[in-house]
Design a protein around this ligand. Structure first.
Ligand code: RNT
Ligand code: ZN
Length: 427
């Protein structure tokens, strides 16, 4: 059934009244929701493979996409075609979050420490053409010098220095991206460093990591820190680093705070039942800004496609209730190779945008009033009633206004081009 534009406006105007009765301005929420930038990760399109010309002896380095659904992007052009379709199907401001291994070096092997902005010229031109900004990440995995599980914290100085040079090279690329796009570029540093079983020395790697990060970031003055916004991402465990991860939450939150750089929390990087919503108001007492990696762990850091669930809504509700929207940067981080990859993007990005809208429609003032009056039952009742408010009608209106399809429409478009892709893309 085709829902007409007029019908969407009619149901929206009823929904708007319902929210207004709770002191919430739905028009404002809709406008603000589409303005909040969400940085879309480049790596769902090709299963975190990257496009660099590779040397021998690769390892997965702690990241692995599972599944073999056809249609993986095999070239940067195929990936960009996929992103373009995603941009058409997802409402709101998107950025593109690139990894260094997506460099285009014209068929030549260029090692990670020799990467230059020109290797990302196609990406910058593409982004400019589509009016979107870029973010960036050094790639510390899938490389011979990451094969034994340590990079910036390796006990071998030459290996550490290689990765320090890579980090600096990436920060220069990020700075240039920022200059070209006329706005800062977020660069996120995640390293896989750690080991499978009990190390006899947990201390040395952490001390070495501090030395490397200081050399590459804190004391590296050649990069403009207003343009290149550095974040460090913590993790509890990874594939092959189950017992010990050098860059733990305690390590990186302390490092970031002591060096005035940003801290990144990924939703999947904690104990299995631990969620991050409660951490936001703690970290933001002391940190200036947080980068949030929007992901969905299923029993472990599995990077499932993000859906509109409590874990996601609670994060954005926290940001709304603390009026902290300007103090967080949002980036998606999931990869599922077992389903259509464009659909994966659209599901995850639309869910993220929905959860932002859901939070902006929260009757925060009313809830906080009830709490101040000691009416805890009233607070709980209103929180639960919000779940059956006509939220979907506001979301439908937002999609229409942003020129994006409604929820029941976009999958048809993905299916239409899936036939083509299945036919052409092998391997
Ligand atoms: C890995 C981290 C990291 C990566 C990307 C590809 O556990 O979550 O953010 O997913 O850098
Ligand atoms: Zn992450």
């Amino acid at each position: 059934m085709k829902v007409t534009g007029k019908k969407i406006e009619q149901v929206y105007s009823y929904a708007k009244e319902r929210y207004a009765a709770l002191g919430v301005d739905a028009d404002k929420a809709v406008v603000k929701t589409v303005e909040i930038p969400v940085s879309m990760h480049c790596w769902q399109a090709d299963d975190v493979g990257g496009f660099e010309v590779k040397e021998e002896g690769l390892a997965s380095g702690g990241i692995m996409a599972t599944g073999s659904y056809p249609g993986r992007a095999r070239t940067p052009d195929e990936a960009r075609t996929d992103y373009e379709q995603v941009l058409r199907l997802v409402p709101g401001t998107l950025r593109l979050n690139l990894h260094a291994c997506y460099a285009e070096t014209g068929g030549k092997i260029v090692d990670r420490d020799a990467l230059e902005p020109r290797h990302f010229a196609n990406w910058m031109n593409w982004a400019k053409h589509h009016g979107i900004h870029l973010d960036f990440n050094p790639t510390f995995f899938a490389h011979p010098k990451a094969n034994d599980g340590f990079t910036l914290s390796h006990t071998d100085k030459t290996i550490r220095e290689f990765w320090v040079r890579h980090t600096v090279a990436c920060r220069r690329i990020a700075e240039l991206m920022a200059r070209k796009q006329g706005g800062p570029c977020v660069i996120n540093h995640w390293i896989p460093d750690g080991c499978k079983d009990f190390p006899a020395d947990r201390w040395t790697h952490r001390a070495l990591l501090t030395e490397s990060l200081d050399a590459a970031i804190a004391n590296e003055k050649s990069v403009n820190k207003k343009l290149c916004l550095d974040y460090v991402e913590s993790k509890l465990f990874g594939l092959g680093s189950e017992e010990y991860v050098v860059g733990s939450a305690e390590y990186y939150s302390s490092y970031a705070l002591s060096r005035s750089i940003g801290y990144c929390l990924d939703m999947g990087h904690w104990h299995p039942t631990e969620e991050i919503y409660d951490k936001i108001s703690s970290y933001l007492q002391f940190h200036k800004k947080l980068l949030l990696h929007v992901s969905r762990p299923v029993r472990w850091d599995s990077d499932h496609v993000v859906i509109f669930n409590d874990a996601l809504r609670n994060i954005f509700l926290e940001i709304q209730r603390g009026r902290a929207w300007t103090r967080v940067a949002l980036a998606t981080d999931f990869f599922d190779a077992s389903i259509n990859r464009i659909a994966a993007y659209v599901i995850g990005l639309r869910a993220t945008r929905k959860a932002i809208l859901y939070a902006l429609l929260d009757p925060t003032t009313e809830l906080q009033k009830l709490e101040a009056a000691g009416d805890n039952a009233g607070r709980l009742a209103l929180m639960d009633e919000m779940k059956t408010m006509p939220f979907g009608d506001v979301w439908g209106f937002l999609c229409q206004r942003a020129g994006a399809p409604l929820d029941h429409e976009w999958m048809g478009e993905v299916k239409k081009c899936e036939g083509n892709v299945r036919w052409h893309r092998h391997g």
